[in-house]
Design a protein around this ligand. Structure first.
Ligand code: OGA
Ligand code: NI
Length: 354
């Protein structure tokens, strides 16, 4: 496991490169991976679900449809205070605008990824993404450590605490809809995730201006490894793209909405009824972009496999062998974003005849 102790080479924050006139070679993607926004896809966007009537009003059906066909949806009337969202976002914007020396005090290592960082994966000489981030643990409590969160701006820790509590509540409501949408009891998926021992990590993504947005990506294609992700998009600048039937679709976030997507663990629990879908982030020449991914995860030391009742209801065989989230996460931390190869390699290990 030594390979996970330290970065293989010195870390260069992308922010420190963003005023350069040319894009350094390491950020140039091979032609097949460069972002090209097709005109054909302009009119398509991910479904929007109004949560006001949850669990009634057809919300369960809408969420279930979205998770089966898109793996992504936006939610409005989600119950999280917009005043809090603004305060939280501005605190983090403030952090990324601090002088570099100040931010580097929180520099992370690949052991836990907590803190200020600029790369995922530890392969030396790897092609890199045009983005910096801050990663922290919110739950379980024994992993949460305020000393590893920025002390400046002064309101950041409090805003992040409040945000974490509120968005977790939202996740638990959405989990009930996901469960009902599979024909299971409302609390069944939550139970399978570990009940009240759920986990939460937060990654604040900061994508600086890029001299050649046509050659780079802010975040390479990946599916999220955890249970479900609630993304707070930038309030002005778009950048998230979702792969739909092989085409990259740009998401246009509605004001005051969150973007929710299925992670690999819910794909596994639902035996692939719900799909975790590949997504990526593009960057811009004139505008920086800030987004916050709230990763809602299972308890990390319990086996996660297809829910048995679901196999009975659908009469389908289990596609996955149970694995803990701790073990699953190790793949990703070594390799960085790799499309959907992780969850697909789990499928390859499925047990025939079960
Ligand atoms: C992520 C992610 C997309 C974005 O952090 O996992 O997919 O728009 N972010 O920043
Ligand atoms: Ni993601």
């Amino acid at each position: 496991m030594d390979c996970l102790q330290e970065w293989p080479e010195p870390i260069v924050p992308v922010q420190s490169l963003s005023e350069a006139p040319t894009l350094p070679d390491r950020y140039v993607k091979p032609p097949s991976q460069r972002p090209s926004v097709g005109d054909a896809a302009r009119s398509l966007d991910i479904p929007v679900v109004d949560l006001a009537m949850l669990p009634g009003g057809g919300v369960v059906e809408a969420v279930s449809e979205a998770c089966r066909h898109w793996g992504f949806f936006q939610v409005v009337n989600h119950g999280v205070s917009m005043e809090l969202v603004r305060r939280f976002r501005e605190a983090w914007r403030g952090f990324f605008h601090l002088p570099m020396e100040e931010k580097k005090r929180y520099a992370n290592s690949p052991r836990t990824y907590e803190g200020y960082g600029s790369r995922l994966g530890v392969d030396e000489g790897a092609n890199l993404d045009w983005g910096d981030y801050y990663f922290l643990h919110f739950l379980p409590c024994y992993l949460k450590d305020h000393d590893k969160w920025p002390a400046v701006p002064a309101c950041l820790r409090e805003a992040t605490d409040e945000y974490g509590v509120e968005v977790r509540k939202l996740c638990r409501r959405v989990m009930r809809a996901l469960s009902l949408g599979l024909g299971l009891d409302a609390d069944r998926l939550q139970k399978a995730l570990g009940g009240d021992d759920d986990g939460v990590c937060i990654r604040v993504n900061f994508y600086p201006r890029c001299p050649r947005p046509d050659l780079a990506l802010g975040l390479s294609p990946h599916s999220d490894p955890g249970g479900m992700t609630v993304l707070l998009a930038d309030d002005h600048v778009h950048g998230l793209q979702v792969c739909k039937d092989g085409v990259w679709i740009t998401v246009h976030p509605l004001p005051n909405a969150f973007i929710i997507n299925v992670g690999d663990q819910i794909q596994v629990l639902s035996n692939a009824e719900y799909k975790s879908v590949e997504h990526r982030a593009i960057v811009h020449a004139k505008e920086e972009r800030l987004s916050v991914a709230f990763f809602y995860n299972p308890r990390s030391d319990i086996p996660i496999g297809p829910v048995p009742e679901l196999l009975t209801v659908t009469g389908r065989a289990a596609l996955y062998r149970p694995m803990t989230f701790d073990d699953y996460r190790l793949f990703i931390r070594r390799k960085g974003p790799r499309g959907k190869s992780q969850v697909e390699s789990l499928e390859a290990m499925a047990i025939p005849g079960t």
